[in-house]
Design a protein. Structure first.
Ligand SMILES: Cc1ncc(COP(=O)(O)O)c(C=O)c1O
Length: 381
């Protein structure tokens, strides 16, 4: 079970908002709210003062609208051809950076003209200032902005970019990207085009680069209570985040494995003494990476860390609960198991898994599969 503390999301947005001052605050809820459940996160973020939401896919924006979520929703990339009608009908604000997409959106917005919305479709123009993922080249921005404002069906609501090195606070690349964005914005203003909301900062940008905050910050990972990088702690910027997600299971089986026996596929782990072993009914199909047991992964049972032993299998994993000789057994079937979260004075964080696996906390929470039910609650039990 994944328990998501929606009060923690609200708290995190409130505290990040304080950092962002009067700027717009965009809560990034793509990838099902980084695995936390997009609708519940969006609502909790709005309670904390988020004025915008952002998603990666048109389908993600439609899911929010169908759940009754109101307010501006930014689509972080261009909508794929064929999805423009959905964008207009659901009042999604797409990011654009190609003449083809601008033309398709304009045609859809003209055809679906809504008398209540004029112009019917707001877009944000993205400048590729150095991330080289998506975005128009700086030299193209003026012509593209002019082509947007020339359409009666479109309005230019913002100009934006994405930072490649924001999680390395003293790297000069961020300053260079912000300079290119600024030059693009100035070129529009000189040509009499209003750029609308100018935005660049993700969580790391919002925390570590005050000059990147501009008119709006787009925070993802930090609203979930995770630092943007192992070396970039929100606490060093006086922002106390609360992790919102706990990944909990329960012991399904307990037995003794004799000294000299080996365990799980490939028999990679040998017991040096008769040991209590607990089986937990979660595996790599649930989002516990198969490699975690071989890089020191552990769970919490009864307030103690219990190391994973043998390979994590698709649906189950095993943990060593210590040598036999203790009676009664140190764990019993049905006992709660914390995979991610706190128990007693111990805690296992997404960053702990990420550091062991040489990845980032984002990949850990996004990787908890849909097979694991999400339970949303205000606060913790
Ligand atoms: C364009 C864009 N903006 C903002 C974010 C939010 O980033 P973070 O989760 O690091 O705050 C992302 C996430 O990858 C993104 O792609």
């Amino acid at each position: 079970m994944v328990y998501v503390d929606t009060a923690a999301i609200t708290h995190n947005v409130q505290h990040l908002r304080a950092l962002a001052g009067t700027r717009e605050f965009c809560a990034v809820v793509k990838a099902d709210g980084y695995g936390h459940g997009a609708v519940a996160v969006a609502q909790a973020a709005q309670r904390g003062g988020a004025t915008w939401l952002a998603v990666a896919l048109v389908e993600e924006a439609v899911e929010l609208r169908q759940a009754g979520v109101s307010g501006p929703i930014l689509l972080l990339s261009e909508p794929p051809p064929g999805s423009e009608d959905l964008v207009v009908v659901h009042a999604i604000v797409p990011t654009v950076y190609s003449a083809g997409c601008i033309a398709r959106l304009s045609a859809a917005a003209t055809a679906i003209a809504d008398p209540d919305r004029s112009p019917p479709c707001e877009v944000h123009l993205k400048v590729d200032t150095g991330m080289h993922r998506v975005g128009a080249q700086p030299a193209e921005i003026l012509a593209m902005a002019a082509s947007i404002v020339a359409q009666r069906s479109l309005s230019l609501g913002g100009v934006c970019t994405h930072l490649a090195m924001a999680d390395v606070p003293d790297d000069t690349y961020t300053g260079g990207q912000l300079l290119i964005l600024d030059q693009s914005v100035r070129a529009l203003i000189s040509a009499g085009i209003r750029p609308g909301i100018v935005h660049a900062a993700n969580s790391a940008g919002a925390l570590a680069h005050p000059s990147a905050r501009l008119d709006m910050v787009r925070c993802g990972i930090a609203i979930y209570g995770q630092d943007p990088d192992a070396g970039l702690a929100a606490a060093s910027y006086a922002v106390q985040l609360r992790p919102a997600l706990e990944f909990i299971s329960a012991v399904s089986h307990v037995k003794v494995v004799a000294a000299g026996e080996r365990i799980s596929y490939g028999l990679q782990h040998r017991f040096s003494e008769d040991s209590w072993v607990a089986t937990i009914p979660v595996g790599y199909a649930d989002g516990v990476p198969r490699r975690l047991s071989s890089v020191g992964g552990s769970v919490l049972i009864g307030g103690y860390r219990r190391p994973m032993v043998g390979r994590v299998t698709m649906d189950q994993l095993m943990v060593d609960c210590g040598p036999v000789g203790t009676d009664p057994p140190p764990v019993v079937a049905g006992q709660p198991v914390v995979l991610l979260g706190n128990q007693g004075s111990e805690s296992v964080t997404a960053w702990e898994w990420a550091n062991r696996l040489d990845t980032i906390a984002y990949e850990i929470t996004c990787g908890i599969s849909h097979r694991v039910p999400r339970v949303h609650r205000e606060g913790r039990s």
